[in-house]
Every structure is written in structure tokens, then in C-alpha cells.
Unconditional design. Structure first.
Length: 475
């Protein structure tokens, strides 16, 4: 399937509206919820996330990526993927119901048993619409997904806020999460109107599993590694500390998810349509990296610089302990969208064994860093995560350029100027903010921040911005 640049632009725009709308609404809802809930409430959700994330990963089993990557996919392929994903999700939920009491005992948090069991139902709901989402992604129809995401988040978010205001504590978060899953599932079935055939093909399953199993293994590695942080913090520190980490992770990962999600959902099927043209992939990937840097670096730099007034004014003074965690994670996730796209290129080129190899190398490094840093507290642990992501960026960039037979440091050279300017901006604004109260930091400091970034972009990168604009404007 070939795509026109107009489809690419429309895909980026609607995928952006989808992600941006969701992130903006979710950010507002999280601020309201945080003012009525305690860090320990988010800590309980963080504990449950360890199991739920694994369940969703197993329920998808890499079949969504396999369907997108396959160019001659059929309805039999879609139906086979649907039945397999649904069966896996049901089995995993049954397992969660069995181990929930042991998980509650392990974390010494009795309420976790029921929270985990209820939230696990979302794994089945996610499996029911996996194919619906995949079909829309293949056709670059992100407009429909945008509407579904926005409606489900808005309705479930209002429910969560209502319950939080009425002192339901952690259950307000449970209701919001499960409610969003349920509404999303219903809307996908109503809007997409796809029903699986009564067929399960072993040949189709074998083909998709060959590709998807490598994606699953790599995703499992990533999920286990990510959840090790929740495990170590929840077990060795406290529910409140885990709540601070979970909330800081939400505020920093949301912008990273916005950018990487917008472009990844479009770029994977787009790159896959010319997967044998290395020069074209390389050129588009370089433009992608510049585009990501243009958007991501200012967002995370702003979060890092203005974290103190943002937390104090937005969340209240009882969340002030989150500030250093928020600052470090802001620096961490600045590289996330680029790393995600690097890993997508391995899938586009059908280098799934290399994909898993790179994940294995980077996660072994990450686990070693985690084992060294966690005993020194949450701040040291966060600095360790920053080091791991920097190393992962370097490793994935070098491998990507290698499979495209291009200069080994091409992508890294694109990123360096943005890093240099971001550090310079941090130093300048740190000096200015140290002489201002919190309200003036947000007003005057933000004005200086915007002016400096605009000056920098339109004097140093004006030609690059115009190149990206012309590239996307072409039919």
C-alpha cells in the first residue's frame, strides 16, 4: 500500500489532534485529581500498573505490528489475530485474579488485591479492539481515533473527578481508568463496525507470530525493565514515594508519548510502504529527528526549568517533594521519541532479531544501573534512568544507521545543537528565576523562554524548518 504525502500530513495532523487533545484533557484532569488525592493513592495504581502493563503487552503479542508491517494482509489475518489476542487476554486476567492476594501481601497493601482484579478487566477490553485500532492505523485514519479517545477520556475523567471530590480516594482513579477502557471499546465497535470471521488460520498465525513474537519479546523486556522501577520503589521505599514517582512519570511521559505516539503511528505504516528504499527511509528519518527535536526539547526544558512554580501553583505545597524527580525525568524523556522511532525502523526493515538484541543489550545495562543506584534513594535512581536512556539513544542510533548503511553518527549530530541550546537556556533561566517569586517566574520567565527559543529557531534552524515544511507540503 502506497501513501501520498497528503495522507502523511493528514495522518500527522489528526494523530496530533488525537494525542494533543487527550494529553491536554488528561493533564487538566490529573491536576484536579492530584489536588484531592494523596501520593499513596497513585502509589497503589503504580503497583497495579506492573501487572496491567504486562497483560496488555501479552494480549497484543506484537500482532498489531505484524499486521501493519505485512503488505498483503487479509481478513483471515485480522480474524486470526483477534481470536488469539482475546484468548491470551482472558488467560492473563484469570492469572491476575489468582495472584492478586499474593501481590497485595508482597507490597503490604491490602487494597491492592481488589484494585488489581478490577483494573485487569481492561486487558480484555483492550484486546477486543486491537484489530479495530490496527485497521484504522493502516489506513492512516486517525480522525476517528481522535474522536473516540477524546470522548472516552472526557467522560471517564469527569467520573474520576466526581469520585475524587467525594473522597473515594484510589477508587476514583480505578473508575476513571476502567471507565475509559469500557467507553473506548464500545465506541470502536459502534464506529468501525468490524466483526471477525469465524476462522482461525494456522498459516496466518505462524506468519504473524514469527514477526510478532520478536516484538513481544522485546516489548516484554522493556515492560519488565520499566516495571522494575515500580517494584523496587514500592517494595524498598514506600507507597508515597512510588506515588511521587508515578505522578512525575505521568507528567513527563505524557509529552513524550504525545510526540512519539503522533509520529510513530503515522511513520510505521508510512515507512513500511517503501521499506526497501534505504535512502528514502534515511532522509525521512533525519527529518523526523529534527522535527521531534523542534517540539520535544522546548517542552521538556520548560518542565525542568519551571517545575517548582508549576508544582506549587498547580498541585499545592503537599506535592513539593516531587520537584527534583520531575526535573530529572524531564531530562530523561527528552530522548524517548527518538529512541522509539529508532526501534520502529528495525520493524520496518524486518530486523526483528536485531530489534530484540538491541533491547536486550540496553536493558541489561539499565538493570545494572538500577541495581547500583536504587539503594541510594529515589533521586539516585532517577539519575540512573537518565544515564540508561542516554546510552540507549547512542546504541539505537548507531545500529539504525548501520542497517541503513549510512554514517554511524548521523542522527546524533542532528541532536547535539538542540542539547547545547537547552543546557544554555537552563543556565540563563536559572539565573533569572532565582531573583523572582513563583508567580513572576511563570509570567516573566516564560516570556523570556519563548522569546529565546523563537530567536534561536528562526536564526539557526530557519532553513531546516522550511525544508521540513516544504517536504510535507508536497503532494
Amino acid at each position: 500500500m502506497e501513501y501520498q504525502k497528503k495522507q502523511l500530513v493528514n495522518g500527522v495532523i489528526w494523530s496530533g489532534i488525537d494525542k494533543l487533545g487527550v494529553v491536554v484533557v488528561q493533564l487538566l484532569l490529573e491536576i484536579i485529581l492530584a489536588r484531592h488525592l494523596l501520593p499513596k493513592d497513585y502509589g497503589v495504581i503504580g503497583m497495579a500498573t506492573i501487572f496491567i502493563a504486562l497483560g496488555i503487552l501479552f494480549s497484543e503479542s506484537g500482532f498489531s505490528s505484524a499486521l501493519i508491517q505485512k503488505q498483503n494482509r487479509t481478513e483471515t489475518d485480522f480474524s486470526t489475530a483477534f481470536y488469539f489476542n482475546l484468548a491470551i487476554s482472558v488467560c492473563f486476567v484469570a492469572l491476575v485474579f489468582l495472584i492478586a492476594p499474593f501481590a497485595a501481601d508482597f507490597f503490604n497493601t491490602p487494597i491492592l488485591k481488589n484494585v488489581l482484579r478490577i483494573l485487569s478487566l481492561g486487558i480484555i477490553l483492550n484486546a477486543l479492539v486491537m484489530v479495530h485500532k490496527t485497521k484504522l492505523s493502516i489506513s492512516l485514519d486517525f480522525k476517528t481515533q481522535a474522536k473516540i479517545s477524546f470522548v472516552s477520556l472526557l467522560v471517564s475523567g469527569c467520573l474520576g473527578v466526581y469520585l475524587a471530590i467525594n473522597d473515594y480516594g484510589v477508587w476514583s482513579l480505578v473508575a476513571q481508568i476502567l471507565g475509559q477502557n469500557l467507553i473506548t471499546t464500545v465506541l470502536f465497535f459502534v464506529v468501525v463496525k468490524w466483526i471477525p470471521l469465524r476462522v482461525f488460520s494456522r498459516e496466518s498465525f505462524s506468519h504473524m507470530f514469527t514477526f510478532g513474537s520478536k516484538i513481544l519479546a522485546a516489548g516484554l523486556l522493556q515492560s519488565v525493565y520499566t516495571n522494575l522501577y515500580y517494584l523496587f520503589i514500592g517494595k524498598r521505599m514506600s507507597a508515597s514515594t512510588l506515588g511521587l514517582y508515578t505522578k512525575a512519570n505521568q507528567f513527563t511521559f505524557m509529552p513524550a508519548s504525545l510526540i512519539s505516539g503522533v509520529l510513530q503511528r503515522v511513520m510505521f505504516p508510512f515507512f513500511s510502504s517503501f521499506q526497501n528504499d534505504d535512502d528514502k527511509i534515511f532522509n525521512f528519518n533525519q527529518q523526523y529527528t529534527r522535527l521531534v527535536c523542534l517540539f520535544v526539547f522546548p517542552i521538556f526544558n520548560y518542565l525542568c526549568i519551571f517545575s517548582t512554580p508549576l508544582v506549587y501553583i498547580g498541585l499545592s505545597d503537599r506535592w513539593m517533594q516531587i520537584i527534583p524527580i520531575l526535573q530529572i525525568l524531564s531530562a530523561c524523556y527528552i530522548f524517548q521519541p527518538i529512541i522509539v522511532n529508532n526501534m520502529v525502523l528495525f520493524q520496518v526493515k524486518n530486523k526483528v532479531k536485531l530489534y530484540f538484541k538491541v533491547e536486550l543489550i540496553t536493558k541489561i545495562i539499565g538493570v545494572i544501573i538500577l541495581l547500583v543506584t536504587f539503594r541510594y534513594g529515589i533521586i539516585a535512581l532517577c539519575y540512573g534512568l537518565l544515564l540508561q536512556l542516554i546510552l540507549q539513544l547512542i546504541i539505537t542510533s548507531l545500529y539504525c544507521q548501520s542497517i541503513l548503511r549510512k554514517g554511524m553518527a548521523a542522527q546524533l549530530l542532528v541532536i547535539l545543537p538542540y542539547i547545547f541550546f537547552s543546557v544554555s537556556m537552563w543556565l540563563i533561566l536559572h539565573l533569572i528565576n532565582s531573583r523572582l517569586n513563583m508567580q513572576m517566574q511563570l509570567i516573566l520567565g516564560s516570556f523570556v523562554f519563548i522569546c529565546l527559543y523563537l530567536f534561536f529557531y528562526f536564526t539557526v534552524f530557519k532553513s531546516k524548518i522550511l525544508t521540513i515544511y516544504k517536504l510535507l507540503k508536497k503532494d
